[in-house]
Design a protein around this ligand. Structure first.
Ligand code: ADP
Ligand code: MG
Length: 690
């Protein structure tokens, strides 16, 4: 028999038959090593088990006992309560789960049960557990559940309980731990204050105290962040090497003239962004920078400085937007700002006639237009630039990787500037965009009407409608947003449609429009255009359609069922108002008491980065937006909310190693390379090219 190693299929382990192997696979466990890295997701602290007879009223206790009887009893108020009586050497105690009669199917006479919760007096002493765990089935020995230990609880799956997983892990733990080799030399571990890998894994599976497990988690978290950052450092290294980019010269011609003719002063954040971009562009390496800032922070004008720097160096610059309307909007903005410089941007849109497009393409190919604005139409094969020096991609997340690459490939190693109005916390940015340089704009241009946000219940509906009426009567406009979780959910769509009809009656003196994702592109465009042109006063929209348009005249954003939105999404919606000088209002309608605290928190801040942090906190790290898309592996041990220092350490360490050994070829780095190549699809590509 071949000796066991960590890459052996898990079925080689004793106690794992074909059926179990299948269940384990559902948990992502294929090898013996996977089982070892399948760490508990929580612990129950049985180090301080209270004998049943000594549980005192008013205390929080953890107790262990055999179930001697169960039953469901109604209370006087009609609530059904599940009860179970536990017995240990000291005596008996009742547990009560109000409102949870279904537990009858899970908790059975004869089971050994661990419960934690407060003790109260209700016709006698009882525990009201907020947690319970079955330690052993009727007839089963206490085996794995020795009270007096911290009990690891493992992520489980159908056909495989956490208890079975725990038994399996504990059965093989010593054998598996013996196979663990720490890839980090002692000095490296000391620098980063990391415990050794073997004890780290051991303490996660077999902690003496709950707090011990944290040191183990920290070690695994560092390792996974470190791997990820090695991949990103490698990507940066390759990108830079492959970037014998354009070295633009600071000519101070067009850029200086733009500054002189701007109708406003740049904010400090905008100036800082322009400086960082200029530094990148005047350096010999290619720029690959992400400009991140809330809607309305003025990213376009920053991008325009970059475009003019390219233009004054006799290069062309292009900006690509995800929709016709946005492209048109950029076209209009740039035309206005460039007018005093006697520069006219060239516009290429999908809806232009074939002859129009052909003419535009010809001009772009000739190199005459220095500033080009367009949609996906720009990346058609038939489009060629004579000398594209800078590619700007607005709302970059709305384009696929290939689409972004397609624009960039229209030039010969042009600089790249990506724009996004979806701010994310720095930790997430480093994780998702570790191979990009990131610039943030937090400050908003002054002199714009602030957006007041308020949370209201349905009781206020009539008042809100009166308010909308008065705004519209004053010539302003309003959005009413309906949540649609999935366009295929006909009921949701109907709600928005019905809403639009109702509002049309309520506001008979005004025009009410409707847009949703099921409309054909041209119908949707028409509806949006009508709103932009103030031919429609109130626009009902579903959340699936992005209201990606700048209507300075819109001053009210009413969001129905606000509790059904994520905070980041609410923030995006709020960004649609407050774009003109008039004061604007964002009103959240919600009758959900559970959602009130988070919605209230939202009302109190307008900082997109803060909201992004709240959002991350809310959704937790299990659901990292786009973690997979970015080619990364979702994080299992690290918590981006709390592990920022660890992430920084991992990033610095990874960068240092890639700087001296870019392909991880040195003997002491082979283990890192090995791990990355097998775990990361992208890692495989990046390290293969060598
Ligand atoms: P973003 O793309 O970041 O959402 P835009 O670039 O469209 O924002 O800018 C929003 C509006 O603010 C535009 O009308 C723009 O002309 C204006 N603007 C930009 N910067 C400033 C500034 N520093 N002061 C005043 N207005 C500004
Ligand atoms: Mg923009």
């Amino acid at each position: 028999m071949t000796p066991l190693n960590l890459t052996s299929p898990v079925k080689f382990l004793k106690g794992v038959g074909p059926k179990r192997a299948e269940a384990l696979q559902r948990l992502g466990i294929r090898t013996a090593g996977d089982l070892l890295y399948h760490v508990p997701h929580r612990y129950l602290d049985a180090t301080t088990v209270t004998p049943l007879a000594r549980a005192a009223i008013g205390q929080e206790v953890t107790c262990v006992g055999r179930v001697v009887s169960t039953g469901v009893l109604p209370t006087r108020r009609g609530l059904r309560v599940f009860r179970a009586v536990l017995k240990d050497d000291s005596g008996l105690l009742e547990c009560a789960w109000p409102g949870r009669p279904f537990l009858e199917r899970q908790i059975k006479k004869g089971q050994l049960l661990l419960v934690t919760g407060p003790v109260r007096y209700y016709h006698g002493k009882q525990i009201v557990p907020h947690e319970f765990i079955v330690l052993a089935e009727p007839g089963e020995g206490e085996g794995t559940g020795d009270p007096g230990l911290v009990l690891p609880v493992y992520p489980a799956t159908e056909g495989l309980t956490h208890r079975q997983i725990r038994a399996l892990v504990q059965q093989h733990l010593d054998e598996l731990l013996a196979l663990v080799v720490d890839p980090h030399p002692p000095a490296f571990r000391a620098t980063h204050n990391l415990i050794e890998l073997r004890p780290a894994l051991e303490v996660l599976h077999r902690p003496k105290q709950v707090e011990d497990a944290e040191r183990g988690r920290r070690r695994l978290a560092f390792d996974e962040l470190f791997d990820q950052q090695l991949v990103q450092a490698r990507a940066r290294h390759l990108a830079k090497r492959a970037r014998a980019g354009i070295t633009f010269q600071m000519k101070r011609e067009l850029t200086t003239r733009l500054k002189e003719h701007l109708p406003f002063e740049l904010t400090a954040d905008q100036r800082h962004a322009v400086r960082e971009i200029t530094d990148d562009m005047t350096a010999p390496l290619r720029m690959h920078r992400l400009l991140m800032g809330d809607v309305g922070t003025g990213k376009t004008v920053v991008a325009l400085f970059a475009m003019l720097l390219a233009a004054e160096n006799d290069f062309q610059a292009a900006i690509m937007a995800p929709t016709e309307l946005l492209a048109e909007q950029h076209g209009a903005t740039l035309t206005r700002l460039l007018e005093p410089l006697a520069i006219r941007p060239e516009l290429l849109l999908g809806r232009m006639s074939a002859t129009e497009k052909a003419a535009v393409r010809e001009r772009i190919a000739s190199g005459a237009p220095r500033i080009v604005v367009g949609t996906h139409a720009l990346i058609q094969e038939s489009v060629t630039f004579r000398r594209l020096g800078l590619a700007v991609i607005d709302e970059q997340h709305r384009f696929g990787v290939e689409q972004r690459a397609a624009l960039v490939e229209k030039g010969d190693a042009p600089d790249v500037l990506l724009l996004t109005a979806t701010p994310i916390p720095r930790s997430l940015a480093l994780t998702l965009y570790g191979d990009l340089d990131v610039t943030q704009i937090r400050e908003r241009p002054p002199g714009r009407g602030a957006v007041k946000t308020a949370l209201r219940t349905d009781a206020a509906r009539a008042k809100i409608y009166e308010f909308i009426r008065s705004e519209c009567a004053a010539g302003r406009q309003a959005y009413v947003i309906y949540p649609v979780i999935d366009e295929s959910e006909r009921a949701d769509l109907k709600a928005a449609t019905t809403m639009a009809e109702k509002l049309a009656k309520t506001f008979a003196e005004f025009r009410v429009g409707l847009v949703h994702g099921r409309l054909k592109a041209d119908e949707r465009d028409r509806a949006m255009r009508d709103f932009r042109d103030n031919a429609v006063n109130i626009l009902v929209a579903t959340s699936v359609i992005e209201v990606g348009i700048d209507v300075a005249n819109a001053t009210v954003m009413l969001i129905e069922h606000a509790e059904r939105f994520g905070l980041a999404q609410l923030h995006q919606l709020r960004g649609r108002v407050g774009r003109g000088a008039a004061a604007s209002h964002c009103i959240l309608l919600s009758d959900s008491p559970e959602a009130a605290p988070r919605l209230q928190a939202f009302c109190e801040t307008t900082d997109g980065f803060k909201i992004a942090e709240l959002d991350l906190h809310e959704r937790g790290m299990g659901e990292l937006a786009g973690a997979r898309q970015s080619g990364g592996v979702p994080l299992r041990y690290a918590n981006l909310e709390t592990d920022l220092p660890l992430l920084d350490a991992a990033r610095t360490a990874a960068a240092a190693i890639i700087a001296q050994d870019p392909a991880l070829e040195k003997r002491e780095h082979l283990v890192y390379r090995e791990r990355i190549v097998t775990r990361y699809e992208r890692g495989f590509e990046l390290f293969r090219v060598g």
